[in-house]
Design a protein around this ligand. Structure first.
Ligand code: FAD
Ligand code: SF4
Length: 328
């Protein structure tokens, strides 16, 4: 680990310019940043601690939305009664993330901005080729083990999955990210790798995520998060799904929200599945046929093609669970 200068910011006005400096990095809970510094993936010369910024650790709910400050700890959000009521999928995604120790330390903002767990990305000494870490250097994963890699949203330059759980739930329920004075749909916040995989988020240098906002909706209140992984805890998703559902008075599906984790380079909204379900009666055949659209457009590799089957089954299971009303 290398030496770095430490700044403790106490206002956003102070933090922004410090964070915009070329070799600067924002520090929240530090569970990703310090990890990556120890792996030598990031080498900040300056670290800007934002955990003392005022007003960013609130959880507020009203009739219109649920507001989560970027510095709220994962454990606090997961346990909060307003979060569990307004969006069970968010509370469940957090509860299924990482470990108790990490959830106590890590913030919601830091969770959104976590980096890929691609093993080649995290080991620069053994694998110098990584376009995400060093633009133009190549992709060690392309000829390597790809069990955990993406099938959707990939490019020639990068096939790494986005690893977080919270973001999948936020994308499904149409959350909005507050970045100081501007706002952006969560769905637009995560960038496809294309030819520039090193640009992962729609943030300019020095910009700080200040809050996450979930608009109140019946589908958000009736939502769930399911996660399949190689072991039962302390593990990232092989496949996960966030689902929300609203039924009309006649029993048809009035609103359905679906997103996948673990299979794509960004949290992957399932627009085609949603369209196939909306306005229909949720019969077993309709659910099954719609779920089969989940991996439309996927590019599997021999190591990760099991996700082609897992993802539609998990979507189906989440919808059935919500229909049985036992998700929350
Ligand atoms: P930090 O490490 O402080 O920051 C993370 C990144 O975000 C840094 O680049 C930082 O500069 C930037 N940043 C932080 N806050 C802001 C902000 N407000 N505005 C702009 N930039 C910011 N996560 C899951 O979702 N699911 C899992 O199953 C899971 N398992 C894990 C298992 C292990 C062993 C470990 C180590 C981590 C795991 N994680 C998992 C990831 C963990 O949840 C993240 O490390 C954590 O949420 C990051 O939050 P933090 O506050 O510590 O972020
Ligand atoms: Fe790097 Fe992406 Fe290739 Fe992994 S998949 S080695 S993150 S370029």
């Amino acid at each position: 680990m290398r030496d770095f200068a430490y700044h403790r910011a106490t206002t956003l006005e102070q933090a922004g310019p410090l964070a915009a400096r070329a070799e600067s990095a924002i520090l929240a809970g530090g569970t990703t940043l310090l990890d990556l510094a120890k792996c030598d993936v990031v080498r900040p010369a300056e670290v800007v601690d934002i955990t003392h910024l005022p007003g960013l650790a609130d959880i507020r709910a009203d009739a219109e939305s649920l507001h989560l400050g970027a510095l709220v700890r994962m454990a606090a959000a997961m346990r909060h009664v307003a979060v569990r009521a307004a969006c069970p999928a968010v509370a469940q995604a957090l509860a299924l993330s990482a470990s108790a120790q990490i959830r106590n330390m890590a913030t919601l903002g830091g969770n959104l901005l976590q980096r890929t767990r691609c093993a080649y990305y995290r080991d620069p000494a053994s694998f110098p080729a990584c376009n995400r870490r060093t633009p133009g250097s190549g992709c060690a994963a392309a000829g390597g083990v790809t069990h955990h890699h993406a099938l959707l949203g990939t490019s020639e330059a990068c096939i790494a999955t986005y690893p977080g759980d919270l973001a999948v739930a936020l994308v499904a329920v149409g959350a909005v990210i507050e970045i100081g004075t501007r706002w952006m749909p969560a769905e637009d916040f995560f960038l496809l790798p294309g030819e520039t995989p090193h640009r992962e988020f729609a943030l300019e240098p020095g910009e700080i995520v200040t809050a996450l906002c979930i608009p109140a909706s019946a589908a958000s209140r009736r939502s769930a998060y399911l996660k399949l992984r190689d072991r039962a805890s302390y593990e990232f998703a092989s496949v996960s799904v966030a689902a929300g559902l609203e039924l009309a008075a006649d029993g048809t599906i009035a609103d359905v929200r679906l997103a996948l984790g673990g299979v794509a380079t960004i949290p992957w909204r399932l627009h085609a599945v949603e369209a196939a379900l909306t306005g229909r009666h949720p019969t077993p055949a309709t659910l099954r046929e719609a779920s089969l659209l989940a991996m439309q457009g996927a590019t599997p590799r021999p190591d990760n093609r099991h996700k082609l089957d897992l993802a539609p089954r998990l979507v189906h299971r989440a919808l059935e669970q919500l229909l049985q009303g036992d998700a929350a």
